[in-house]
Structure formats: C-alpha cells, structure tokens
Ligand binder design. Sequence first.
Ligand code: GLN
Length: 249
Amino acid sequence: MKIRVGHLYPDYLNIYADRGNIAVLAQRAAWRGHELEISLLGMDDPIPPGDHDLLYVGGGQDREQLLVASNLAAKADQLVESVERGAALLAVCGGYQLLGRGYRGFHGQDMPGVGLFPLETVAGERRMIGDVLLECELESGRKRTLAGFENHAGRTRLDAGAVPLGRVVAGFGNDGRSGFEGCRVGRAVGTYLHGPLLPRNPWLADWLLGQALAHRLGGAPELEPLPDDLEAAAHEVASARARARGGRF
Ligand code: GLN
C-alpha cells in the first residue's frame, strides 16, 4: 500500500533533523510492505484535502517561521479540512506553534497561525532547553512514554478543554508551568519534541502510520511488531537523561 505523505516547507522548517522523522516512517512502513510516497510541498503548492494520508510540518527558528507563516495561514482551510477528513498530521516545534492560532516571536513579530490546534504561543525571555520525558495516553487505557529534546522560547497555552499530547514527567513542556506538552486534535499531533522525535519513540511512528493507513483504507490493518531493541535502548538513554534533569511537575 502507498501511504501519501505531504512534507510542508522542507526547505524552511527542517532545523532539528526533521528529515529523520520521515526516514523512520519510511523504513517502518517498508518493513511492513508499505511504501511512503513523499510530496514536498512548498510555497506554491496547494494542499488539496484528501490527497495526503499524513502531513508533516517540521521545526524552525523565528526567522524561518516568519518566512512561511502567511503562506501557511492562507492554506488554513485546506489543512483543517484535511484533518477533519481523517488525515494524520505530525507538527514539531516551530511547525506546531504555527498550527495554533498564532505565534509572537522573540522580537515581537506577530505571525498568523492555521488555527488547527486550540492554542496560542508567545515567546518569553528564557529559552526552554533540554531532555524531556512525557507520559501519553493516545488510546485510552494504554499509557506510554515519549522521550525527546526541547529548545524553544515560545510559551504555548492550550485553550480550556484542549487535549495535550502528554503530561510532563521531566522537562518544561508547552509553557514550563502547566505540566502539559503538545496538543492533539483527531489524528493530528503537535509537539515540541525533536532531535528528531520518532527514532527513539517508535510506538508513535507506528501510531501515525496506523492513522495514515486508516485514512487511506477506512480501517487500519494491524502493523506487525518489529524487533525494536536499538530503539528501546535509545529511548532508555533519553529517558534517563530527562529524569536526571529532574521532574518539574
Ligand atoms: N522559534 C521557535 C521558538 O523558539 C521555535 C523553535 C524551534 O522550532 N525549536 O519557540
């Protein structure tokens, strides 16, 4: 089965090895006999709802975010409809911020957002940098952890009732105060975790592939388990670093 992936602004939003996330998705799909068909979507490309099973928006500095923000916001209806129609989406850091209602950068630059995620972001004085550990429950009753790295000045505030991606076990998360990290709307997930995220959190890669296949086929086939020993070891190292940094919540 071909899984159609739309990679938004790969030339601008690709600051923290974001391509590593795409590589993990492609390889884990291939090991199960599926193929990722990746379209690179730039400024001039529309995002017709229904054309992609998975959309990906990477991270960027304020400067790059400023370059793409208006172009991305002009495609808000297409993106929101894509997710409403069941496409999966992963947005990381700068991309995550721009999929909210807007981001005010470190120098006060106001950038419009897509409004897919019910949140707003304003940059603060101190950057929030370091290893992070989250506890997530994307499927009810199934708790799993995500380990990653964060580096952002933006403080993200979720609207009341918004669903976070996870609870912060160690690290700062969305704003260093709420104890929440990331956001989830339908099959769309936004997060500050990068470095990249998926190599040490293969369960999330499989969750995204499953959601993308469900969009493609109407129901997701079981993805057969893979021997994830190396990935588990990488997860353990990152989790231990985050725990050593100390739980803030
Ligand atoms: N420029 C944004 C911030 O500092 C996002 C940075 C990033 O993508 N790491 O909050």
